[in-house]
Structures are given as structure tokens and as C-alpha cells.
Write a protein that binds this ligand. Structure first.
Ligand code: SF4
Length: 459
């Protein structure tokens, strides 16, 4: 093992603007937020009423979209139903109608900024900014001090939130991390120090997996990413076998891997980690097969795969965007055709605009099952539907009848206590339930098997 870096090495494949490249694309990154609303030409065709409603929501929830999404992903002739439009633009149904109306009126009347801010803060507080207590419950300690920007919830996996990666190339309208993006420092969750990450990992030999997440770590310059990742190849951190990078850049800005000035260095970094024996996985966030349609996205996928890194896909099931077995089956098929491994179908978390996107657990399981029936074995690697809840990752395995009672069959994919993993348990069937804490134990049980232990772990 060594950590010698030769950044002069060439990256795995040609850039798209080379004369040999069949898919030339613009590499200029231009971003729009609520403040640049008027500058998005495509919005001019939408009714004024809809635009004001959307702007009201954009004052509460984060909104950021880039030129590539506007020009290549959204099909404007299908707006507002277009899934890529729903995925990136704020929609009136995301908030209570009364809140949208009140805020819209303040905005239209050019009301005092403090009045607007006050109402916005009130509405945000109603949206459960920290689901599953993640801000306080999973923060690890080093030398008796809490390490902000890190989470260690499951024994073998550490999550790291580098400070330079706490934004995204665009924002998803349903993002469960929305609270990080609204400019409130209280709600930010980021680490600025590579050193504390490496010291923590060194002190925890049980950790085999590091997940770098955000925001989107792929907004970071390669030189920052290198500071975090290169020391992983040293002998002291040999136990960290897998490096996962959570990203939606393959959708929102595939240029990151192809035409960005440091794209080649990034690919070299991935290749170097692989060559030093690490398993490198890009945990690509996908919600719809349309995200996989552009030539530059194909080229980005190929370039990453040429480094020896694998791409696994994950994403939530969302009303308005992908609540159909056909959409998931097509997504998984297209991914497998491109060598991407389907990994997770998540249940939308209980935060932010989930009133607009949530799908009852019973429907989620139905969609998952139907989608799986339409694909070959290679696509059946996707687990789900899975809830990332306080006690762990809980998968809905099915709906069945036991001793005359209709029940959900559940299991932990991950648990705060590793001993909970894979133990089946049962909840009363409830066709409206959308999250774990809506469920009640079935078969005459007073509580789920893990509940007392979970409570004592949390106290
Ligand atoms: S890419 Fe991920 S972190 Fe960024 S807005 Fe979308 S869901 Fe949130």
C-alpha cells in the first residue's frame, strides 16, 4: 500500500469535446435559484398564478436548478406533470394550501422582508427538519468531543459529510436533507476536517465502509476530495475496505466526470483507490429512467466504470415522479444494460414536502413487487421498499395473513443492534400507513421486539 500520487497520469477515456468525441456538449455550469426565477426562459410560458404559487414554495424549501437540467432533462411540453420538472421545481401541493396562499400574498404585495421571513420560519418548523433524530443521535465522539459532520449509526459504516460538499448541482424537490440547504447554520451538518475523519477511522478498526455523502460530494473540487480519500490507502486505514460516494451528479451534472476541468483527476483518484485494493462504489441517486437518457450521462457512466469503480443505484419511491411499477422496471432495466447495479428502493422520509410525495407502504410494496416481476434476475438486486428509520433500515417484505390477521411482514436490513438484522416481525396491515411509526404490532403483541431496547439505547 502507498499514498504516492502521480496526478500527471492520464484519465481513462477521451473528453467529449475532443475532436474524436461524438457527443460534444457545453461544459458551462449555470445555476438558477428563486432569485433568478425571472431569468429562466422556459418558465415564461407557465400561468402567472402557478408561478406565484411555486415561488411561494421556493421561499420555504430549497430550490436550485442548472442549465443542463433545464435544457436536457425536463420535457417542457409535458410540464407540469413532467417527472423531471416535478423532481426539481417547487410545487404548490408541497405545503398546506393555507400556507401557500398566505405566503404568496405577502410576496405579491412586496411585504416587509421580516414578515416574510417570520412566516417562512414558521412553515419550515412544521416540516420536521430532522427526521429520525439524525442530527443528535448518531454523532460519534473522539477524545470525548462530538465530531460534527460524521455519523456512526451502524457498526461497520461511517458516514462523512465534508463541508465542501454540502450543496448539490441541483436540488431535488423532495430532498430529506432540505434543512441543510436553507441557510440556517443551526441545521447544517458538515465536517471541515479530514484529519478528524482519519483519526476516528484509525481508532475504529471495526469500520469497513466509509460513505462520503452531502449534499453531493461531487460538487467538491477533486483536490478537496483527494484530502479525504487518499489517506485511506495507508496501512493504518487498511481496514476501511469500501469507499462509497453518494451522488446525484450522474443525473444533474454528468459533466463532472467528463468535461469539468478536474474530471480527469477525479477519475484518476477513483482508479488509484481501486488499484490499491479498495472497493469504490458510486451510490448514484436515480428516480426515473429519463435521467439515463442523455449521451453525456452515458459517457460519464462509462468513464467511471473504466476506473474499476462500480455504480450502484438507489432512490426513493415518490408520488408525482415514479409511483409506477413500469417506471421502476424500465429504470432498473436501463441501469443493468449500462452495468449499474440496482441497490435500493427507499420509502420517502417523514420530512419536508413528504405530504406531496408520500406513497402508502402497502402501495409501495405492491409497486416494488410488480416492478420486480417485470425484470430479469440481474435487476432483482434492488432491496425495498426500505425505510431509513430511527431503529434502522426496515424493509417491507410483504403483506400476508397469519392466523386470520392481515399483516405486514417486515425485517431489519440494518439495525442499531446488529442482532436485529434479518429477524422477521409483523405489523397490523394499515392501508394508509406511510412510515414505520404509523405501524402497530400484530398478532397480539404489545410492542415490536426491538422497541424496549431501542428506547434504552436512546435514553
Ligand atoms: S441530490 Fe441528494 S442531497 Fe442533493 S437535493 Fe437531491 S436528494 Fe438532496
Amino acid at each position: 500500500m502507498n499514498s504516492v500520487v502521480d496526478l500527471q497520469r492520464s484519465a481513462p477515456s477521451a473528453k467529449p469535446n475532443d475532436s474524436t468525441n461524438p457527443f460534444p456538449v457545453s461544459g458551462r455550469f449555470q445555476v438558477f435559484t428563486e432569485r433568478q426565477w425571472e431569468k429562466i426562459p422556459q418558465l415564461k410560458k407557465l400561468p402567472q398564478e402557478l408561478q406565484w404559487n411555486m415561488r411561494a414554495v421556493a421561499n420555504v424549501l430549497p430550490f436550485r436548478v442548472n442549465q443542463y437540467v433545464l435544457d436536457h432533462l425536463i420535457q417542457w411540453e409535458n410540464v407540469p406533470e413532467d417527472p423531471m420538472f416535478q423532481l426539481t421545481f417547487p410545487q404548490p401541493g408541497m405545503l398546506e394550501p393555507g400556507s401557500v396562499k398566505e405566503l404568496k400574498q405577502l410576496l405579491m404585495n412586496n411585504a416587509d422582508r421580516d414578515n416574510i421571513k417570520g412566516l417562512v420560519a414558521e412553515i419550515r418548523n412544521q416540516l420536521n427538519p430532522h427526521p429520525a433524530g439524525q442530527k443528535t443521535l448518531n454523532v460519534p465522539q473522539l477524545d470525548g468531543e462530538p465530531l460534527s459532520g460524521m455519523q456512526h449509526k451502524y457498526r461497520e459504516t461511517v458516514l462523512f459529510f465534508p463541508s465542501q460538499g454540502q450543496t448539490c448541482h441541483s436540488y431535488c424537490s423532495f430532498c430529506f436533507r432540505w434543512a441543510q440547504f436553507i441557510g440556517n447554520k443551526e441545521l447544517r451538518f458538515a465536517a471541515s476536517e479530514a484529519n478528524s475523519l482519519h483519526r476516528y477511522l484509525n481508532a475504529h478498526k471495526e469500520v469497513s465502509d466509509l460513505l462520503i455523502t452531502g449534499g453531493d460530494p461531487m460538487v467538491m473540487k477533486t483536490r478537496h476530495l483527494r484530502e479525504y480519500l487518499l489517506p485511506l490507502v495507508t496501512a493504518e486505514l487498511e481496514h476501511v475496505q469500501s469507499v462509497r460516494i453518494g451522488t446525484k451528479a450522474l443525473t444533474f451534472w454528468p459533466q463532472r466526470f467528463v468535461t469539468d476541468p478536474d474530471a480527469d483527476e477525479l477519475l484518476w483518484l477513483l482508479e488509484h483507490l481501486v488499484s490499491q485494493g479498495k472497493h469504490v462504489a458510486l451510490m448514484a441517486h436515480y428516480n426515473h429512467w429519463r435521467e439515463l437518457e442523455t449521451p453525456i450521462a452515458h459517457q460519464a457512466i462509462r468513464r467511471i466504470q473504466n476506473t474499476g469503480a462500480v455504480i450502484r443505484s438507489q432512490g426513493p419511491l415518490l408520488a408525482q415522479i415514479n409511483d409506477s411499477a413500469d417506471v421502476w422496471a424500465k429504470l432498473w432495466k436501463k441501469q443493468v444494460a449500462k452495468g449499474i447495479v440496482p441497490y435500493y428502493m427507499f420509502v420517502e422520509r417523514d420530512t419536508g414536502a413528504n405530504r406531496y410525495f408520500e406513497v402508502p407502504l402497502a402501495n409501495a410494496w405492491h409497486i416494488y413487487r410488480k416492478a420486480l416481476q417485470k425484470v430479469s434476475g440481474l435487476s432483482r438486486t434492488a432491496r425495498g421498499p426500505s425505510m431509513s428509520a430511527g431503529p434502522g433500515k426496515v424493509e417491507i417484505q410483504g403483506v400476508t395473513e397469519i392466523a386470520g390477521e392481515k399483516v405486514f411482514v417486515l425485517r431489519f436490513i440494518q439495525g442499531r443492534n446488529a442482532d436485529w438484522v434479518q429477524k422477521p416481525f409483523f405489523a397490523k396491515y394499515d392501508e394508509n400507513a406511510t412510515w414505520l411509526d404509523h405501524l402497530e404490532p400484530a398478532l397480539g403483541q404489545d410492542e415490536f421486539f426491538y422497541e424496549s431496547e431501542y428506547e434504552s439505547l436512546m435514553s
